[in-house]
Design a protein around this ligand. Structure first.
Ligand code: UN1
Length: 561
């Protein structure tokens, strides 16, 4: 049963819906209007209530992506001519509108991707924080005055907008992460083509509506729902046509590699925010209760579907048994279920992610000890011959088929949604795939270490490098870990997830190409430096050649006193 008539979400280009009806205007050269007709329509469903269709999403073809980029290009100069402090005021108004619509937007996030209500409110707050930061940046956006080596000459730097930014985002943070790209891009004078996740398209449409209400002009942000194949083809055409100047992508390492290679062919370096296998080191002197609380939040918040989610807890062997005992108790007692209620986590994002997670459960090996739950796999109301709360044998029924079963304390109707048991795997080894690969779901590993150097090596071994954490009371260990770990983000006595909106966010290695989002650091993604030198001497002064440095006697030494 559908609760409310589903919205239709389709491409929005130059402020106008593209539904295939003929219009003049934004077809790119060579593209007939008919080519902009959606190629197919897919439902976006509530993962907590699979009979609730949130939106009918019209997926665009590659020509529509090109048309959106052309529209963004057409709008860019005019938008860049708006003074930066005024663009900042538009961003400020967006922040106010998001705040005034926070409850409705958070409810939509919960309904469309199953994020628990409290976390959804936090996600919306992250947009407000981002707008607050960049509203002020409109009054800064500083360049510099730089001294020249010649008299009567002055040097300057200016930040110039990159032009058109194509933003391609995942659906686990369907509105906050897109705002990390779109808000600074707009502030800088760029215009945007946004390709959201198909399963989070209603959230995307709502954010675009708020942007329009805030005074973002038509054409400055263009929305194009599309599948992966159409997106890559459309992006390639837009790059070839010279109408996309920068790509911002949040998603898997595999797709990030593809986008990086594609952009590289056009001499562009995208802003890539990719996966993570984020380690948490628990030192012998750690506050174990605090470490367990953080592991539960980082491992199972958003059902483990954050880029910053905990991958493996790397625990000193002297505290391992006690850490595991407390973690087992905490995960077993955690409330899972209906995301509109007070739960640790709700359903997985959509059917594709649920299937991917079920596949990852195949990485469990005989040498792993499984704890934190009474079953592995789908949470159901009825077990396979077991009653709620009793033990289901923790063995798979075959590849990709853990039997699942009921979960004690589950809130709501497990059969209505994509709910999965939390899994904690003890005894994980460095050559296990589950140690090396991102698993994107409610599963964490536990392994042990003896020396801090070993812990750092283990933390770096999977080759990602997004977030990391250490629990210790020792400042030297904290600083040594910070220096040794190859992660873009390091937490001391705090979770791997839950970064604040104004610190540099991003990773290295398999987690990204070193680009950073958030705070003033993202300005280097959405602007380019232009330098200017201005000679007012009335003659040509040649750098290096005409630079007069007074003669020096470099053999001079002070006499011994
Ligand atoms: C993501 O998963 O892509 O630090 C972003 C965090 C959130 C953002 C996660 N503020 O966990």
């Amino acid at each position: 049963m559908t609760l409310v008539r589903p919205r239709r979400v389709g491409a929005l280009i130059g402020g106008r819906p593209r539904d295939g009806r003929p219009r003049d205007g934004c077809a790119p050269p060579g593209a007939a209007e008919a080519e902009l007709t959606p190629v197919r329509t897919v439902p976006s469903t509530n993962p907590a209530r699979l009979d609730d269709v949130v939106a009918e999403v019209e997926l665009a073809g590659p020509e529509t992506i090109l048309a959106a980029a052309v529209a963004a290009r057409d709008a860019q100069r005019t938008w860049a001519d708006v003074p930066a402090p005024v663009r900042g005021s538009v961003i400020g108004n967006l922040g106010r509108l998001v705040a005034d619509n926070a409850a409705a937007l958070a409810r939509l996030v919960t309904r469309e991707i199953g994020k628990p209500a409290a976390e959804a409110r936090g996600e919306v707050q992250e947009i407000i924080d981002t707008c607050e930061f960049f509203r002020g940046e409109g009054r800064r956006l500083y360049g510099e005055t730089v001294p020249s080596e010649m008299p009567d000459k002055q040097l300057f730097t200016f930040r110039e907008p990159v032009g058109v930014m194509m933003v391609i985002t995942a659906g686990n943070f369907p509105v906050a992460v897109p705002s990390w790209y779109i808000v600074p891009a707009l502030l800088a004078g760029d215009t945007v083509v946004w390709k959201p996740a198909e399963y989070a398209a209603a959230c995307a449409q709502a954010l675009v509506e708020l942007m329009a209400a805030a005074g973002v002009p038509a054409g400055a942000v263009n929305l194009v729902p599309a599948d992966g194949a159409a997106t890559s083809l459309g992006l390639e055409r837009a790059l070839a046509a010279g109408v996309v100047d920068k790509v911002g992508f949040t998603g898997s390492t595999e797709v990030g590699r593809f986008i990086g290679a594609l952009c590289g062919r056009y001499l562009q370096s995208p802003c890539l925010e990719l996966g993570g296998k984020n380690p948490m080191v628990v030192a012998p002197d750690a506050d174990l209760d605090a470490a367990v609380e953080a592991a539960v939040f980082a491992g199972f918040g958003t059902a483990g579907q954050r880029c910053t989610s905990l991958g493996t807890a790397i625990v000193h062997e002297s505290v391992h048994a006690e850490f595991v005992r407390r973690l087992d108790a905490a995960v077993s007692a955690a409330v899972v279920g209906d995301p509109t209620r007070d739960v640790l986590y709700g359903p997985l994002l959509d059917a594709r992610f649920a299937a991917g997670f079920a596949d990852h459960l195949d990485l469990i090996r005989d040498h792993h000890r499984i704890f934190g739950s009474t079953a592995v796999g789908r949470i159901t109301s009825a077990g396979f011959g077991t009653s709620a709360g009793s033990s289901t044998p923790l063995t798979p029924a075959g590849p990709g088929r853990w039997p699942g079963g009921p979960r004690r304390g589950f809130v709501g109707d497990p059969d209505s949604g994509l709910y999965y048991h939390p899994v904690v795997l003890d005894g994980v080894r460095p050559d296990d795939e589950v140690f090396r690969e991102e698993t994107f779901g409610p599963i964490i590993g536990v392994t042990t270490y003896r020396s801090l150097d070993e812990a750092i090596d283990l933390a770096n071994l999977p080759g990602y490098g997004l977030s990391s954490s250490i629990y210790t009371g020792d400042a030297a260990s904290a600083f040594r870990f910070r220096r040794g770990v190859r992660a873009g983000m390091v937490s001391v006595n705090s979770s791997t997830s839950g970064a604040e909106a104004h610190l540099p966010f991003g990773g290295n290695g398999r987690s990204g190409n070193g680009s950073r989002q958030s705070g003033r650091w993202v300005l280097d993604q959405v602007t380019r430096w232009q330098s200017m030198n201005w000679d007012y001497s009335g003659r040509l002064q040649k750098a290096q050649l005409d630079t007069a440095v007074p003669p020096a006697d470099l053999s001079f030494r002070l006499s011994d006193p």
